[in-house]
Design a protein around this ligand. Sequence first.
Ligand code: CA
Length: 225
Amino acid sequence: MKKILIVEDEKKISRYLQLELEHEGYSIDIADDGAIALEFFKKNFYNIILLDLMLPKLSGEEVCRQIREKSEVPVIVLTARDKTFSKINLLDLGADDYITKPFAIGELLARIRVALRHKKKFSDGDQVIDYGGIRINLDKKVVDIQEKEVSLTKTEFNLLHYLVLNREIVLSREQMLNNVWGYDYAGGEKIVDVYIKSLRKKIDYGEKKLIHTIRGFGYILKEEN
Ligand code: CA
C-alpha cells in the first residue's frame, strides 16, 4: 500500500484529504506542523509527501529543504491562491509539483499518480524486494534507500540482498561468508565486518539503523520500532 504524509495545519483540509485518499487506497499520516512532519519523515517511509507551505513551527520551505537532504520522495506543495511565488522557487526547493488551494480532489489524485510514475525506475515486471525503506531491484541490480538510489559494489549488493532475504534473523559471520562469498572463499571472517561497515555507511540514514551487531553471534537486519 502506498503511504502518503499530509503536512497541513488546517484540520478541515487534512481530514478531507485523508478521507479521499484513504478511499483511493492510500495509507495516510497527518502532521499538523513542520516539526512533526520531519519527525514522521525520519521514522517512516512515504511514497509521496503533500506539503502546505504556511505551517506553524517550521515553514513548508524549510521542511522541504530538510527532506531533500535525505530523500528524493516526491513532494507536492499545497499553496494558497493569494500567496505569490513562482514555480521556479518551488522547484529550487526540490518540490516536484504544486497545486493551488482550493483544488478539485480529482486533480490532486492525477498529480499524485504522475509523481509516483515519474519517480519509478522500476518496471512492473521487475523482481523487487521492499523492506524498511530499502528497495532492491533484483533484475536491474539497483538499490534505493528512501527513494534515493545508492551505489553499491557487487559484493555489497549481494550482502544486502542476503541480509534482506533473511531479515529479522540473526546471521553468523560464517553463514554470511558461505552464502555471499561462497564456501571456497579462502579469506577469514573479518571480511564480513569490513563489508558490513561499508554497507552501514551507505544504507543507514539519519537516526535510523538497519544493520545491528549481535555481540558474540553476528548481525541482524531489522527496522527499529
Ligand atoms: Ca497552512
